[in-house]
Write a protein that binds this ligand. Structure first.
Ligand code: PMP
Length: 394
């Protein structure tokens, strides 16, 4: 055959599922920002702290010892034991380290294999939005049907029992939730979660609870979904080291789940990943054993910056609810009359401040921008001045 391949042919040689998902909307802004100078980025969803030194050292030591082979598929046994202890101490949930915990390549892998382990073609998965950009695509890739469930600003982006009930159909298999939330920063208390758990129990659903920001809760203590009555057996709890321990590039997460679901997930994990990175696992072990003080310091610092950014937004006339957790503020830009894409693009071009337009986080995100406050206070101050100037011109 001669000649170039047509765009239809190019589509045809890919799977229907991959053609159905869009490229990540966040990336586009990073690519634009990277080509510009003097940009202050409130765009990235990662800590601005380097990984604490003792964690890096533990990893270096593992390399020096030559501990560089695969680990057990489910992860180093001492690490799983430490994860179980940590989850019990910090979040009061108890899991058996050997049958109910696996170590994954980031929370990202945990989310993916959770969905793949439970979804049959056509099964519906309720995805709470605005939410992390991966949720809907991984459901689509697994052949499931995404049912977006929009949380609202009027409810501080929390779920309500009525909204969950209205989204359920006979085909609903699971619901994906995440509090503290990316991008809204919303948190939900035990009292607020209880009615949701009742609905889940009544309708015999599974819950994928992404609690990666659990430690980063500033006004209340995070309440794990699996701690609610009768929810442990229905919940796949996803977490990891990226956020609280400032270890995004280490690619290490973990899953706590009922043993039947966990062994199904382990099957996928062993064929696709084999095991999570070994040297990262040694670092994570150190993080859990001796990292409490560092986490506390980072949380204190994020809280201070959260307070600063929310107050500053209010001062410059951006309506912003108080985000209780994670490291994002999600102010409304509706008053400007611009779409979130227009706003983010103009702000980047005119004032070199990178934020993420809310529409990339699914329904309910339009009319908002996500600003990560995991940036230095100096940068935050300059970003606020520039945004103030930008808003005054509009
Ligand atoms: N869940 C949420 C809500 C996130 O914000 C992120 C990262 N931005 C992830 C999961 C992925 O985390 P990891 O680095 O552990 O894969």
């Amino acid at each position: 055959m001669t000649g170039s391949i047509s765009s239809t042919q190019k589509m045809d040689r890919l799977s229907l599922a991959v053609n159905a998902i869009p490229p990540s909307g966040i990336r586009r802004f990073f690519d634009m920002a990277e080509k510009m100078e003097n940009v202050i980025s409130l765009g990235v969803g990662e800590p601005d702290f380097p990984t604490p030194w003792n964690v890096r050292e533990a990893s270096i030591a593992s390399i020096e010892r030559g501990d560089t082979a695969y680990t057990a598929n489910a992860g180093l046994e001492p690490l799983r034991i430490e994860i179980a202890k940590y989850m019990e101490q910090i979040f009061h949930v108890s899991y058996d380290p050997l049958s109910e915990i696996i170590v994954t390549v980031g929370a990202s892998e945990g989310l993916d294999i959770a969905i793949r382990a439970i979804i049959n073609p056509g099964d519906e998965v309720i995805v709470v939005e605005p939410g992390f950009v991966s949720y809907a695509p991984i459901v689509t890739l697994a052949g499931g049907k995404v049912i977006p469930l929009k949380t609202k600003k009027e409810h501080a982006f929390k779920l309500t029992k009525e909204a969950v009930e209205a989204a359920i159909t006979p085909r609903t298999k699971a619901i994906m939730i995440s509090f503290p939330n990316n991008p809204t920063g919303a948190v939900m208390t035990k009292e607020e979660l209880l009615p949701i758990a009742e609905v889940i129990d009544d309708h015999d659903l599974l819950v994928i609870s992404d609690e990666i920001y659990g430690e980063l809760s500033y006004d209340t203590t995070h309440y794990s979904f699996s701690r609610l009555p009768r929810m442990k057996d229905r919940t796949i709890l996803i977490s990891g080291f990226s956020k609280a321990f400032a270890m995004t590039g280490w690619r290490l997460g973990f899953v706590c789940a009922p043993s039947d679901i966990l062994s199904a997930m382990l099957k996928i994990h062993q064929y696709t990943m084999m095991s999570a990175p070994t040297i990262a696992q040694y670092g994570a072990l150190e993080a859990l054993q001796n990292g409490r003080e560092d986490v506390d310091k980072m949380v204190t610092s994020y809280r201070q910056r959260r307070n600063f950014i929310v107050e500053s937004f209010q001062e410059i006339g951006l309506d912003c609810h108080v985000p209780g957790g994670a490291f994002y503020a999600f102010p409304s830009i509706e008053a400007t009359g611009m779409s979130s894409e227009e706003f983010a693009e103009a702000l980047l071009k005119e004032e070199q401040v990178a934020v993420v337009p809310g529409n990339v986080f699914g329904s309910g995100g339009e009319g908002h921008i996500r600003c990560s406050y995991a940036a230095s206070l100096d940068d935050l101050q300059t970003a606020i001045q520039r945004m103030d100037r930008f808003l005054n011109r509009k």
